[in-house]
Design a protein around this ligand. Structure first.
Ligand code: SFD
Ligand code: AMP
Length: 614
């Protein structure tokens, strides 16, 4: 048995500490080694980097590639595209920075062995859409992980980081992170001169569509648990756009993505009666949401909005007419490969439900909301931009540094910069690592000091669920119901119910208002009161317990931001029924928040949206 005091404590020193070995974390390890040849680079990953994170199952497309060397796009074009898609609110400095560097990342992927499909007539990468290129990407993650494995000095797989550690003598300066080994229960304390949080987005904050035998299935990876946000929030970092949750249109039940079908295969979605509906509501949408309805392409959230209006009008199900486009063997292969490379579960659902996409259309459905910063959404940390692009309001010394000294972010971690996807997240990891190395070099006299008493107390807190279980395991009312504790899974279900019903999940047609949100905040507070009573039978459940803790912190930020922004900026992602219109006069701004760890209180404010690209 591993008791509350844990098995043993292991201290690890590092120069650069990377938390999370997904796309951004691997990019950070690679680039940190390039700029910091002699530095000790330590990467910590709660799973195993070979198959961890959102790309674990693989991908069938790289969704951000400009094609600069073939003059296919300019960085400005990408900034405009992402700005329109996010209804006008985006950090243009961050996105321009990604756009000017992302191609080099994609070329590296190819050099490392990722098969990128070529257009035979031009020799260029074959496009899925304007920004996307097609890949044979089942092994995308192992290929990317190899680069990180060759770059990092040490990699700790199966170690989950639960807390960031601040410097004993400088309360707003990072000094490391703590967590535990999910395999052997060792309590790890990492000391670092700079740290990069790259620990992905968040699923299972809102109640998923999947139930019963499919429970746990989500579009974004089920193990993305919001550490990227919770670690930062708990440490007092400023966050941005946390209200901007993502709802994606997906093939029903398997959550298969639609991009390849819409863009490459040119399939059309229609209502149950065979009518196209995407632009049907445009005049009503214009009245509420303004000229954003004229953006090309039609913004992702508005595509959802049209679909939801149609379903509310009783014209569902929405059907993707796959059978109209799979008319050659090559296209049929392309369609199936899309899922076999990326979302195998969709192929399985089709097989199990007798759906052959070349014979009959397949249902689409809007997913539950996700919290992330790299897809068509931009929740995350408020970070400094690059010196050569950012206005003074967005620049405080080091690119991608959060408001905590020496603490950087990349990928889903970084807010206000959507549409980065896999390639942009890896690129942002590289950008953050370059800046982190510079930070270390500029502060070469700094050595991190931790508060030993705090570390001792923290260890007790981290392992407490194991002890709670040992003490109370015989006090069971029935089955797994105990008057003395709750299991992580019970807590997740409670969280999902609160967020679904009070913060605009699918159960409420994505609609909420201030009364619901305020009650939701109260209920979340009650859930938080119960978290010290979490019990874990083993290390696996201990991880689930800490994942729940991080999910609750993430959820709290989402609900507070949603309350603060008094408008409906992203219809189709969520609606404020008390403020049903988009309000550019008052809300063409970022919503930022900060949790004060010393006072235990939240504060929210508006930050200007500064246009850099016409
Ligand atoms: O079709 C801790 N994504 C797509 N990107 C594309 O480029 N093309 C696509 O086709 C994409 N599509 C797609 C995508 C994702 C998924 C799941 C599907 C389909 C089904 C998005 C990208 O995958 C995404 O943008 C990037 O992966 C984001 O990168 P990053 O690094 O921010 O997140 P990550 O890769 O999930 O990695 C996070 C890592 O952190 C670990 N971790 N480690 C230690 N301690 C903790 N506390 C930790 N918490 C988390 C994780 O294990 C993970 O390794 S499509 O739908 O558009
Ligand atoms: P998805 O598969 O839905 O995650 O989308 C993959 C990529 O295609 C993302 O860049 C989307 O924004 C884009 N996309 C998906 N569907 C459409 C569409 N109907 N029109 C324009 N872009 C789309």
């Amino acid at each position: 048995m591993i008791t509350r005091s844990g098995k043993s404590t292991r201290y690890v020193d590092s120069d650069v500490l990377i938390i999370g070995g997904g796309m951004a974390g691997c990019g950070a390890a690679y680039e940190a080694r390039y700029w910091g040849k002699k530095l000790k680079i330590v990467l910590v990953e709660k799973a195993n980097i070979e198959r961890s994170g959102a790309v674990a199952m693989g991908l069938s497309a790289i969704n951000l590639f400009l094609g600069l060397k073939w003059n296919e796009n300019k960085p400005e074009d990408f900034v405009k595209y992402a700005r329109n898609d996010l209804m006008g609110v985006i950090r243009e400095d961050l996105l321009y920075d990604i756009a000017r560097h992302v191609d080099s990342t994609v070329h590296l992927f190819e050099e490392w062995g990722l098969p990128i499909i070529k257009d035979e007539s031009t020799g260029h990468y074959k496009r899925e859409g304007r920004w996307q290129v097609l890949i044979h990407g089942e092994s995308f993650k192992p290929i990317v992980a190899e680069a990180a494995q060759k770059s990092a000095t040490e990699i700790y797989n199966r170690v989950m980081i639960t807390h960031l550690l601040m410097d004993r003598d400088h309360p707003n300066r990072i000094a490391g992170a703590a967590g535990f080994s999910v395999r052997d229960g060792t309590f790890y304390v990492f000391r670092a001169k700079a740290a990069i949080v790259a620990s992905g987005g968040a699923t299972h904050i809102f109640r998923p569509r999947s139930v019963g035998e499919g429970a746990g299935r989500t579009w974004y990876s089920p193990w993305s648990n919001g550490s990227a946000y919770a670690l930062l929030i708990k440490a007092g970092a400023e966050m941005t756009q946390m209200e901007n949750r993502l709802v994606v249109t997906r093939f029903k039940d398997g959550y298969g993505p639609v991009g390849a079908w819409f863009l490459a295969l040119k399939a059309v979605a229609k209502n149950a009666y065979g009518e196209e509906y995407e632009r049907k509501y445009v005049e009503e949408q214009r009245k509420l949401y303004g000229n954003y309805v004229d953006s090309k392409p039609f913004p992702t959230c508005l595509r959802n909005d049209s679909m939801l209006r149609e379903v509310k009008a009783g014209k569902g199900p929405i059907l993707m007419h796959t059978e109209e486009v799979l008319n050659t063997e090559e296209k049929e292969k392309e369609g199936w490969e899309d899922f076999l490379d990326m979302t195998v579960s969709q192929s399985i659902v089709w097989a199990s439900q007798n759906i052959d996409p070349k014979d009959r259309p397949a249902e689409l459905q809007a997913s539950e909301p996700y919290v992330m910063g790299s897809h068509a959404t931009c929740a995350g940390a408020w970070v400094s931009g690059p010196e050569d692009l950012s206005p003074k309001e967005y620049f405080w010394g080091y690119n991608r540094m959060t408001t905590i000294e020496g603490l950087f972010g990349a990928g889903d971690t970084v807010g206000a910069s959507a549409h980065k996807f896999s390639s942009g997240s890896f690129t942002e990891g590289r950008i953050a690592a370059k800046a982190a190395v510079k930070y270390i070099q500029d502060h070469s006299d700094f050595a991190p000091h931790l508060d030993d008493q705090y570390i001792k107390e923290l260890k007790g807190e981290v392992f407490r669920p194991l002890e709670t279980y040992e003490i109370y395991k015989n006090v069971i009312v029935r089955g797994s119901v105990s008057p003395a504790y709750l299991y992580p899974n019970q807590g997740v279900l409670r969280l999902e119910k609160i967020m679904d019903e009070y913060c605009g999940g699918w159960g409420q047609f994505y609609t909420t208002n201030s009364v619901l949100l305020n009650r939701g905040i109260e209920l979340l507070g009650m859930l938080r009161e119960d978290l010290p009573k979490l019990a874990a039978e083993n290390l696996h459940q201990l991880q689930r317990a800490w994942e729940l803790d991080h999910r609750v912190w993430t959820a709290e930020a989402v609900i507070r931001h949603t309350l603060y922004r008094e408008e409906t900026r992203w219809p189709g992602y969520y609606y404020r029924s008390d403020f049903p219109a988009l309000d550019d006069k008052n809300w063409h701004v970022f919503v930022n928040s900060r949790y004060d760890p010393y006072k235990g209180s939240w504060s929210l404010n508006k930050k200007s949206m500064i246009n850099l690209v016409e």
